[in-house]
Ligand binder design. Structure first.
Ligand code: ZN
Length: 137
């Protein structure tokens, strides 16, 4: 199964599958044109014998709507981007702390270095209390 050590690289399995699927659907030439890569690359990816560059991965991702991390089977990226938390063990989730109180924040999603976190419960609670206090006075 592994083509490691043969030629100038190895095509990630999901890229092979994607390219093969498109070729069986619309043919090699149309696939090359649609994705915007040379016909020779399409043939190499079908054989699994070339490693796509970052630029090519971006084209494949834009064409298919599949996330680059998922195409590379990095084990944490969801099919359409973000972190797939079903695949990430609790203790390996990115650690984010509140800049104000230092408390831990829950990460909602993550796309590369772009983390989206839930608002800090402690600080929100304080703000609500403050707000109520202001209203009472
Ligand atoms: Zn806080």
């Amino acid at each position: 199964m592994s083509a490691m050590g043969r030629g100038s690289g190895q095509t990630p399995e999901r890229v092979v599958e994607l390219v093969r699927e498109e070729v069986s659907r619309i043919g090699q030439n149309a696939t090359a044109r649609a994705i915007g890569i040379p016909l020779r690359s399409v043939q190499k990816y079908m054989d699994g014998t070339a490693e796509p560059t970052r630029a090519t991965l971006e084209k494949l991702s834009a064409y298919s709507g599949l996330a680059i991390g998922w195409l590379l089977n990095d084990g944490i990226t969801g099919k359409h981007g973000g972190l797939d938390f079903n695949l990430v063990p609790e203790d390996e989730l990115p650690k984010v702390t509140c800049a104000r109180c230092g408390g831990g924040l829950k990460v909602v999603s993550a796309l590369y270095e772009d983390l989206h976190v839930e608002p800090c419960e402690t600080c929100l609670e304080e703000r609500v209390k403050q707000c109520l206090a202001n209203r009472e006075s």
